[in-house]
Design a binder for this molecule. Structure first.
Ligand SMILES: Cc1ncc(C[n+]2csc(CCOP(=O)(O)OP(=O)(O)O)c2C)c(N)n1
Ligand code: SF4
Ligand SMILES: [Mg+2]
Length: 293
C-alpha cells in the first residue's frame, strides 16, 4: 500500500472503538474493505455500505465517511439492491451474516443471484449466530456442539457454494478473514464487477466457533494460482464445492461475458441519463386518495 492509500483509507475511519472480541475475524474484513475502497481510489461519497444485524453488522458505525445503512436481520440484500437501483452510480456493498442470510434471508440471496443485482455481497461466514451467543446456523457443521444445541444439530449442513453455483452466478469468490491482502484484492474485483458479486469470507469467531479457528484456516486454505481459469464455470463449481481436503480461495468464478445486470436490463431505464434519485419530485396524490375514499 502506498502512503496515499493509507491516507485514503483514513477517510473511511470512524471515531467509534470496535467492540468485537479479541481475535474476531471481523477486524480483518473491516480492514480489507476499507483498504479495497482506498486502493480503488473511491471517494467515500461514491460508496454505500449496507449492514445486516449481527456481530458483523456492528461494523456500521465503525466505518465512516461513506453512506451507511443498518437494516433488519436477513434483509440486507433487498435494501442494498433497492439503493443501487435508485442510484446506480454508487458502489454498493452489502455485509451479511451466515445466520441471517441462510435462514431468514435465504429467499433474498436466491433472488439476488438470479437477478444479478450489481452489488457486492460480503458474507461473513463464521458458521454461527455470533451476536446471539453461538447458536447453530444452517452452515454450522453437523454434530458440532453449540449453545442451544449441545448435541449438535440434526439437520444436514448447507453448502453456500453449492447453493450459489446452482443459481447461475456471474461472480463467486472465497476469502478468509486471516488473509487481508488477498481479501482486499477479491473485494476490489467484486466492486468492479457489473453484477452480483458473492464473496464468501470464512471468518474466525474464536468465542463460539472452536472448529474453524484462524489456525485451521491458515492450514486448510490455499489460494488458486495465476494459471487458474476463473471463467470456466464447471471447474469453478467443482473447485468451490470440494472442501474435503483443502479449501480453495480467491476469485473462483468470474463470467467472461456476464449477462447484463438487473439495472442494465431495466427497459424502463433505457436511454435515461439521470438516475431515479435525481428524478424524485413532489407529486400531488390528492386525486388518487379521493378515489380511494
Ligand atoms: C427477524 C429476526 N430474527 C432474529 C433476530 C435475533 N438475532 C439478531 S442477530 C442474530 C444472529 C446473527 O447471526 P449472523 O447473521 O450469523 O451474524 P453474526 O452475529 O454471526 O455476525 C439473531 C438471531 C433478529 N434480530 N431478527
Ligand atoms: S462472538 Fe464471534 S463473531 Fe461475534 S464479536 Fe465475538 S468473535 Fe466476533
Ligand atoms: Mg454468523
Amino acid at each position: 500500500m502506498t502512503q496515499d492509500n493509507y491516507k485514503s483509507m483514513a477517510k473511511y475511519s470512524s471515531p467509534n472503538p470496535c467492540t468485537w472480541c479479541d481475535g474476531c475475524g471481523d477486524y480483518g474484513i473491516w480492514t480489507a474493505v476499507k483498504r479495497a475502497c482506498a486502493e480503488l481510489e473511491l471517494d467515500p461519497s461514491e460508496v454505500l455500505m449496507c449492514f445486516d444485524i449481527g456481530c458483523h453488522g456492528n461494523m456500521s458505525d465503525k466505518v465512516g465517511g461513506c453512506y451507511r445503512f443498518h437494516g433488519l436481520h436477513g434483509r440486507v440484500l433487498p435494501f442494498a439492491a433497492g439503493a443501487k437501483i435508485a442510484n446506480p452510480k454508487v458502489n454498493t456493498i452489502a455485509f451479511a451474516g451466515d445466520g441471517a442470510t441462510f435462514s431468514e434471508g435465504m429467499n433474498h440471496l436466491v433472488h439476488s443471484v438470479r437477478s444479478n443485482y450489481p452489488i457486492v455481497c460480503l458474507l461473513h461466514n463464521n458458521e454461527n449466530y455470533g451476536l446471539t451467543t453461538g447458536q447453530a446456523s444452517a452452515v454450522t457443521r453437523q454434530d458440532t456442539p453449540m449453545n442451544s444445541s449441545p448435541n449438535g444439530i440434526p439437520e444436514a449442513t448447507l453448502s453456500p457454494m453449492d447453493l450459489v453455483f446452482s443459481l447461475s452466478p456471474t461472480f463467486v469468490a472465497r476469502g478468509t478473514s486471516c488473509d487481508i491482502k488477498q481479501l482486499t484484492e477479491i473485494i476490489k474485483e467484486g466492486i468492479q464487477h457489473d453484477g452480483f458479486a458473492y464473496i464468501d469470507v470464512l471468518q474466525s469467531c474464536p468465542t463460539y466457533n472452536k472448529f474453524m479457528t484462524a489456525e485451521f484456516l491458515r492450514e486448510h486454505c490455499y489460494a488458486v494460482g495465476s494459471d487458474y481459469d476463473a471463467s470456466d464455470f464447471e471447474n469453478a463449481r467443482r473447485t468451490a464445492i470440494d472442501t474435503s481436503e483443502k479449501i480453495a480461495t480467491g476469485v473462483l468464478y468470474h463470467a467472461k461475458d456476464p449477462r447484463p445486470s438487473f439495472v442494465g436490463r431495466l427497459k424502463s431505464r433505457d436511454g435515461k441519463k439521470s438516475s431515479l434519485v435525481e428524478e424524485v419530485e413532489k407529486g400531488d396524490v390528492g386525486g388518487f386518495m379521493q378515489e380511494m375514499v
